[in-house]
Design a binder for this molecule. Sequence first.
Ligand SMILES: [Zn+2]
Length: 442
Amino acid sequence: MELVWLTAVALLAMAAILWLLRRLFTRSSSGEPRPGRMTPELDLSSRGSTAEFKAVQSEQSGNLLQKYGISITVTADPEVKGTSTEEAVDLGDLQLTPEGGWILDPKSTFPLTLFGATKEVVLDLKVLLDESCVRSWHDLLPKISGFLSQANLRCREIETYIQTQKDIYFQKIKELKESSPEWQNSLENDRLDLLDEFRRVAIEHLRVRPQANLKVLFEGQPRDMTIDDKLIGKYGYDVIVFFLRHVSDRGKVYVIPADHYERRNWEKLTELGLANRGDNIQLISILSALTLREMTELVNDLQVPTFHRKAKAVEFLSTVPDIEQRVQRKLAYRQLFQVKALPAEFADVDLGSIQQALAYSDEVAQLLQHTYVMGYFAAKHRLRYSEMGGLLSSWRILASVGACPFCIEQSKLAFAADKPPVVPLHIGCRCQVSPNLEGFAS
Ligand SMILES: [Zn+2]
């Protein structure tokens, strides 16, 4: 009889544990980064927005977003599996620090502090970051990058990381140069190639490494954060990013059909006077954009020499009296676009420095967004695990794919049940915490 009772109790206990496990891991599949998954953005992209408090916040702020042409809609999609308002975690209201900074997310496991802006501006950024927690990271990143490069915000945790690690990085590169006979004996081009190798070694030498382009972060910090303000202020962030992407090929003519995904960008560039379209493009540039075959087809009713070189072919075609009409019959002129130079008021603008400044704010934006979102998920997991009470025996850290040496060391440790580790372990860390269950290997 006793055996029957014992078996029944054991079965009940098992059922309870299985129910708890099922609850945990069913919720895990609702779109959060799962243990072993390195690309939470893939998971996150399927989520609908849930947070009611964010909707309220959106109404209060948004003036700056509007000013920069950044639109943001907080939407709830009841169709998306596993989302409900009760699941959203509030990371807390902005908190002023004694030094005049703003803590963005006081209830996160990794609070981030911003300097250089008013409460309203920081609040607008928080709207974008909160949205990133419940929507695709990728969709919101350009908006955050654009915001940062206009608002000239600084993040204390990111700058502290850069300041402390940059010295180690440059010291390592210096050592590598000094100990390399090849470096001493090379000319400039080979030295540039060697320097890239040294950079890679110096980055691998760092114990704590966020998932980011560290070369840009260590070497690309603009001396003047306002360098791009005038240009972005006049044309807008998206336009300038698109313009810079094509400006090095200024003479090139692009054929962009109406259904091309970049057509709207080219039209916008033309409207703002940063690109030529159709008739405004010099005929010689249009001819140069054609292939040798296309050039031959233009004049195949005439006695023409066989074209072997583009320059020669363009030279010949330019002498054909009705060449313009022939080209117009072959090409839709409204599909032709060409980047123009900046107007005279920006003649002294160094586009290389602007490109560098934008690349830097892009990396900072990514780090800020990733750390904010990982802090959100860690805070959410902490709440969830608190339901498990005495079932936990210990904790461990699940290192993300490509984790840095510091995180890998930490992932080999066991943490006591009452002392869970806190992730992210550093800025840009994507590691997660996992419980070891009593009697189970989790
Ligand atoms: Zn990590």
